[in-house]
Design a protein around this ligand. Structure first.
Ligand SMILES: Cc1cc2nc3c(=O)[nH]c(=O)nc-3n(C[C@H](O)[C@H](O)[C@H](O)COP(=O)(O)OP(=O)(O)OC[C@H]3O[C@@H](n4cnc5c(N)ncnc54)[C@H](O)[C@@H]3O)c2cc1C
Length: 395
């Protein structure tokens, strides 16, 4: 078990062919998965086939041995085609990294080769009725059993929950004296759980993420606790927070960049030339504003990535503030960049579903970004962190 992030590889992995295969598969099914609010099962199949589910699994366990930088590159690329798929991938990588760094040797040996082989797609269960998105508390409690632990937990929103092969869940530690802040992270394999889905998934955007409500009951062996019992706060600070904010922001940037790219192709292509005046100062200004927002997110993403790669203590206020600033800024600016483009292009190519720009889909999907771990929660945390950094140092 190691605490620090693994060092960046000197030679970056060439992921191009693998990502192209996944993105092309996603592209073929995109209109259907969005319309029907269906999970992109074919694209998940491509993630399994290409080894990308094992991107962060070390080579000694059969994985690609990729770095957090590779994950950011891949998430951004997939986000260009399908934001739901990008988020599915980024969240799986975040779960994988928690296992790589915090699972005990037995659990690592059992799971990592299977993740690398594409046999295990991991879902995340942190949100809970009553506490909402609050990451560092848990209401449902693990039950202590002879040689194992009992799970009985309602999960109001689980991306890919109907397709996942395994789940990482946050739960209150067992024992009458355990408080809501003694949170353990546990792994449960699908066949160790009774899974009952409830409700219908009919959101505004992120429809292909198929993020359904589940009731999960079952029992797991004791070694399925990931990290110290009750010590989830450490995994949250070292892995969940950093990888979520980097991975999600990369996906959102990819989605907005893909939208801008399709707009520019339309404007410069034969269909756009007759319809739009690319000499219009208003159009140019709107394009410039959209591009500027994306360059700002890109710069912050790269800088935050360097902070995480440096191996420095991420619990320092200035570093946490930077990680939160990335999530808040990316969620607002990528959405605003696409909104600028809708205004720039107007009804036909800004607002209608069948436009090749796909702005309508990008806008609906990106509207979830400020809600996906509420920016309000992060602002409140940032206020407290800012008070602890009177010198206003920067990461
Ligand atoms: C597409 C999508 C997929 C998701 N997939 C998963 C998944 O796979 N697994 C999972 O566990 N979760 C998942 N989530 C949940 C996500 O991570 C958040 O936890 C969840 O969106 C928060 O829901 P909420 O806004 O209702 O709850 P809360 O965060 O509890 O917020 C409720 C309301 O209270 C406000 N609020 C909250 N705290 C404060 C505060 N301190 N000050 C002021 N106002 C505050 C918020 O702005 C919000 O309006 C997903 C969310 C989305 C959108």
């Amino acid at each position: 078990m190691t605490a620090g992030p693994r060092a960046a590889q000197p030679v970056p992995l060439d992921l191009t062919d693998r990502l192209t295969e996944v993105a092309e598969t996603a592209e073929r099914h995109l209109a259907h998965t969005d319309r029907a609010a269906e999970f992109p099962a074919e694209a998940l199949g491509a993630l399994r086939r290409t080894g990308l589910l094992g991107l962060l699994v070390p080579a000694e366990h059969g994985g690609l041995g990729g770095t957090v930088r590779d994950m950011v590159t891949a998430a951004q690329t997939l986000g260009r085609t399908d934001m739901s798929l990008g988020m599915i991938f980024a969240m799986h990588c975040q779960q994988t990294e928690a296992l790589v760094r915090y699972a005990d040797e037995r659990l690592r040996t059992e799971l990592l080769p299977r993740i690398a082989a594409g046999e295990i797609y991991l879902a995340s269960v942190t949100t809970e009725a009553g506490k909402g998105g609050h990451l560092l508390s848990a209401q449902a409690q693990l039950g202590a059993l002879e040689g194992g632990l009992a799970i009985d937990r309602f999960a109001p929103i689980v991306t890919g929950g109907a397709h996942a092969d395994g789940f990482l869940l946050t739960m209150r530690s067992p024992g009458a004296e355990a408080t809501a802040h003694e949170v353990s992270l546990v792994y449960a394999h699908r066949d160790q759980l009774d899974i009952e889905a409830s409700g219908d998934w009919q959101p505004m955007g992120m429809r292909a993420s198929h993020s359904i409500a589940l009731k999960l009951t079952g029992r797991i062996p004791a070694h399925h606790v990931v990290g110290e019992p009750g010590g989830f706060h450490r995994i949250a600070a070292e892995v969940f927070g950093p990888l979520a904010h980097l991975g999600w922001s990369a996906v959102w940037l990819g989605t907005a960049a893909g939208a801008l790219s399709r707009v520019l192709r339309l404007l410069r292509g034969p269909a756009g030339r007759g319809r739009f005046d690319t000499g219009s100062e208003l159009l140019l200004t709107r394009l410039a504003r959209s591009r500027q927002r994306l360059d700002a997110v890109h710069a912050l993403l790269q800088q935050t990535l360097r902070t995480v790669e440096s191996g420095a203590d991420l619990s320092a206020p200035a570093r946490q503030l930077q990680l939160n600033a990335l999530k808040i800024t990316a969620s607002e600016e990528c959405l605003a960049a696409v909104d600028d483009l809708v205004t720039a292009l107007g009804l036909r190519h800004g607002y209608l579903k069948d436009s090749p720009t796909r702005l309508e889909l990008a806008l609906r999907d990106l509207r979830s970004a400020p809600l996906n771990y509420s920016n309000d929660r992060l602002h409140l945390a940032d206020g407290r962190l800012a008070l602890r950094d009177q010198g206003v140092s920067f990461a």
